[in-house]
Write a protein that binds this ligand. Structure first.
Ligand code: SF4
Length: 449
């Protein structure tokens, strides 16, 4: 048995969305308070945890691949393996039965129990027993409001302002894996924003599965985001992921007029076909979505709009896909996440509809839409040529430490040579854009007037 003088080393891997990244910060915080030590090296770890995502097939497959790699490691030495997050919640039978190597399963509302579950699993292993630690109950109240996340990044800090979702889009597992909507109290959020500013973070991203449906007493999302944007020292506030149904005029006014709220809105479309939108339970039509886009652009023509789209949802015909294609062509998003539909266990779509669009057709539709969107993004990004824009420096570019990397207000990646424009992460600098690809703006020192 490990004693207090020999700390237990934990390696934590995170898959999926920003909410999962944030939850991993909560997990690290809760476990460090209990004496666990984190390591980046899998080989040194006594405990390997995977914080999983069940929304996309890709993330789901990666977790299974990682689990099979751990089998070998576990045969060589004592090792506790834990699966956290949405897959733990959604696939509990499968993971405990098909994967006997998993010792601990903890759903997104059960992280406070994690230290206890892990210590029990370690004890059970030492005693030659094979007891699983399982905590997958969903809570109506858990918001982790009192847990200070163990943050890594020095520029952006996430705050989850609400958890869960009541929308039940038919393709989505979130309402089952993360439970019903609940919002954190605004005072605690604003206090956390002050603390974040004091720690030197420059940007806050407000997170929630359905972030703009935030409501706590009299507070709605507009009041919340304005209060956070007013915190001295915070230069940028973003939010994700919103639902198109929750954009009252007051929220749009706050976004377009508050200097610290980024002029970028992610507006998940999913489909341009009204029949698909009904089957998906998205609660808006093609026309209503277009009207919202027009309203936003009338208020502020330079706003950056991004979206999510699913191709090949149950029964999607060629003409229905063509409606999505037309809407994308006419709306001209700055960027889009485009996915093939993949059936998720336990969702309404899995229970009621047939996943009957062939893989070939899904791939062909994704490719066509992706090509279209890449061209649009290229043209959109080239609109920045010769403009001088504020850029929040994040660090070095992925490809070369000789280049700096930051984000525009609209969240577009900007790259420049550090020898011509020296900068530190967290600096807000002005850069002149001289070139652009579909994903990146290339910048230099602005000319002196
Ligand atoms: S709004 Fe729809 S897609 Fe988003 S988390 Fe809720 S159910 Fe899932």
């Amino acid at each position: 048995m490990k004693t207090k003088s020999t700390p237990t080393h934990v390696h934590l891997e995170t898959f999926g969305c920003q909410m999962n990244e944030y939850d991993s910060e909560l997990v690290r915080s809760l476990m460090k308070q209990d004496g666990f030590v984190f390591t980046d090296e899998r080989e040194r770890a006594d405990v390997i945890l995977m914080n999983t995502c069940a929304i996309r097939e890709n993330a789901h497959n990666k977790v299974y691949k990682h689990l099979s790699e751990l089998k070998k490691l576990k045969r060589q030495r004592p090792l506790v393996v834990g699966v956290l997050g949405c897959m733990a919640q959604n696939l509990k039978e499968e993971l405990t039965d098909i994967q006997p190597l998993v010792d601990v399963l903890a759903g997104p509302d059960a992280y406070r129990q994690l230290p206890m579950l892990i210590r029990n699993a370690m004890r059970s292993q030492e005693e030659g027993l094979d007891q699983k630690g399982l905590a997958v109950d969903l809570s109506e109240y858990e918001t982790y409001h009192d847990v200070i996340p163990d943050r890594n990044d020095g520029v952006n800090a996430w705050i989850a302002v609400m958890r869960g979702c009541d929308n039940f889009c038919s393709f989505c597992v979130v309402p089952y894996t993360r439970g019903r909507e609940r919002s954190r109290d605004p005072e605690g959020i604003v206090q956390e924003a002050h603390r974040i500013a004091e720690q030197g973070f420059k940007q806050i991203t407000l997170l929630g599965q359905n972030v703009n449906s935030y409501r706590f007493g009299d507070w709605d999302f507009t009041q919340l985001i304005t209060a956070v944007a007013d915190v001295p020292g915070i230069e940028r506030v973003r939010f994700t992921s919103p639902h198109p149904k929750d954009f009252p005029p007051s929220l749009l006014d706050a976004v377009v007029s508050h200097p610290n709220i980024c002029k970028q809105i992610h507006l998940p479309l999913q489909s341009g076909s009204d029949r698909m939108l009904v089957l998906m339970n998205r609660t808006y039509t093609n026309k209503e979505y277009r009207t919202l886009v027009d309203r936003i652009r009338t208020l502020r023509s330079d706003i950056v709009l991004t979206t999510d789209i699913i191709c090949g949802f149950c029964g999607e015909s060629d003409e229905e896909f063509a409606e999505t294609y037309r809407l994308v062509n006419e709306t001209r998003f700055h960027s889009a996440f485009i996915f093939k539909y993949s059936e998720r266990k336990n969702t309404i779509a899995a229970r009621k509809f047939s996943d009957d669009v062939s893989e070939t057709v899904k791939t062909e539709r994704v490719t066509r839409l992706f090509d279209l969107q890449r061209n649009i993004a290229y043209e959109r990004n080239r609109e920045y040529l010769k403009m001088t824009i504020p850029v929040l420096v994040e660090g070095d570019a992925k490809r070369s430490a000789a280049q700096g990397m930051g984000k525009s207000d609209g969240n577009i990646t900007v790259i420049w040579d550090k020898c011509t424009v020296p900068s530190q992460p967290g600096d807000m600098i002005s850069l002149a854009i001289y070139d652009a690809s579909s994903t990146t703006l290339y910048a230099e020192r602005p000319p002196v007037n």
